[in-house]
Ligand binder design. Structure first.
Ligand code: RTP
Length: 149
């Protein structure tokens, strides 16, 4: 199966009307959308998603932020999508993100950085299983041979 990543538009991205813009960037790059839902998660779920960060001083604030409103949870597929998805997103601290990246173009504070993307293929597998227990959608793009040689 082709590589997949988990991408989440955080509550600030949804509230600020950035959903279409963000989806458009992944679509235009050539990645395929394989899962999509608008969902408000509860505290235990957010704590599970960010379990690796539970010892960090910003953990409670991060969980409060993620449960503060609906998020858009997505699965995107394509060659190198985990690393390239992180490039489209930009550096964690938006003041250090390059212009042209999502955070570089749309965010200022690290605690309001609009979007999450899996940081490795291993994390992507775990996060997709957590957010999409029903599994991603299975469809093939008719444009495939125009995107891949
Ligand atoms: P993400 O998981 O959201 O894609 O972000 P990331 O890998 O670029 O960054 P990570 O270190 O995993 O941190 C997860 C999220 O926690 C918030 N954060 N706040 N106040 C702080 O110092 C701080 N550091 C991180 C950010 O929202 C970050 O995206």
């Amino acid at each position: 199966m082709a590589e997949q990543t988990f991408i989440m538009i955080k509550p600030d991205g949804v509230q600020r009307g950035l959903v279409g813009e963000i989806i458009s960037r992944f679509e235009k790059k050539g990645f395929y959308l394989k899962g999509l839902k608008l969902i408000t998660v509860d505290r235990p779920f957010a704590e599970r998603h960010y379990a690796d960060l539970s010892a960090k001083p910003f953990f409670n604030g991060l969980v409060e932020y993620i449960i503060s409103g609906p998020v858009v949870a997505m699965v995107w597929e394509g060659k190198g999508v985990v690393a390239t998805g992180r490039k489209l997103i930009g550096a964690t601290n938006p003041l250090a993100s390059e212009p042209g990246t999502i955070r570089g173009d749309f965010a200022i504070d690290i605690g309001r950085n609009v979007i999450h993307g899996s940081d490795s293929v291993e994390s992507a597998t775990k996060e997709i299983a957590l957010w999409f227990p029903e599994g991603p959608a299975n469809w093939q793009s008719s444009l495939h041979s125009w995107i891949y040689e």
